[in-house]
Design a binder for this molecule. Structure first.
Ligand code: AMP
Length: 243
């Protein structure tokens, strides 16, 4: 029987290409930057579903610790209630444990971390450890939004206590008041979504988080999208930059 070696070589090359292609796709690591209430929670939820990647939402992880009254939760609460950043050691440990889970092996959508240069460096160290030598397709998506709409978005924001779906009582209300369209859960307002704490959160954002825009721009991984407009308009722009 004659063996067609060229054919076999072609098949092996194709298998490698397919495998590598999958690996590249799998290692999509997206982080999201933007001021409070810029809409990244809504968009990252949609994107996670679209890309079949886990949505790692730092704020929700911290709120779960608070709800569970864990030692981390008790410490976190005192900072969150004041609109301040939770200490880096605490939040980095929670994120590292989450990113090390099996479902993040093929990539992740990270929302709300990093929020300072110190956290960005911590994330880089984590990724190096988690990724090994292959590296990843890492991008930082910045949601650029007019500031005057942000406070009104915060005070009108509600989320489902069961599934986390986000609404706005003025611009994106539920069909039945107070009840989630998706799962029928009860809507709640976040404790830190009041005007006073919101102002402190903006202050924290401009001092601690905004410098990350230049940090990632200098690394050549920043993609900026105009986050003004409807959910659908922003979604279209987001799909363009993650291609
Ligand atoms: P968020 O749900 O993303 O608006 O976060 C709510 C609050 O959780 C923030 O105001 C901070 O107090 C805290 N928090 C969220 N992410 C971080 C982070 N990466 N580092 C420190 N604190 C955080």
């Amino acid at each position: 029987m004659s063996v067609d070696t060229k054919n076999i070589k072609d098949i092996i090359t194709r298998m490698h290409q397919q495998k590598n292609g999958r690996e590249n796709q799998m290692r999509k690591q997206l982080i999201f930057l933007g001021p409070p209430a810029c809409g990244k929670g809504t968009q990252t939820n949609m994107l996670a579903e679209h890309l079949k990647l886990p949505h790692v939402d730092t704020g929700s992880l911290l709120r779960a610790e608070i709800k569970g009254e864990t030692p981390n939760g008790i410490v976190a609460k005192s900072f969150i209630d004041k609109g301040l950043l939770v200490p880096v050691e605490l939040v980095a440990k929670i994120i590292k444990d989450r990113l090390a889970q099996e479902d993040c092996r093929h990539g992740y959508i990270l929302d709300g971390f990093p929020r300072s240069l110190e956290q960005a460096e911590a994330l880089e160290a984590m990724n190096q450890e988690l990724n090994g030598p292959e590296g990843s397709d890492f991008r930082a998506i910045y949601f650029d939004l007019d500031q005057d709409v942000l406070i009104s978005r915060i005070v009108n924001r509600r989320s489902c206590s069961k599934c986390g779906e986000i609404y706005n009582i003025k611009t994106h209300p539920t069909k039945v008041e107070g009840i989630c369209d998706k799962c029928g859960g009860e809507l709640t307002q976040r404790k830190d979504d009041n005007e006073e704490t919101a102002k402190a959160r903006f202050d924290t954002y401009f001092h601690e988080t905004a410098p990350l825009i230049d940090y990632y721009k200098n690394k050549g991984v920043l993609r900026t999208i105009d986050a003004n407009g409807t959910i659908e308009e922003v979604w279209e722009r987001l799909l363009e930059v993650i291609k």
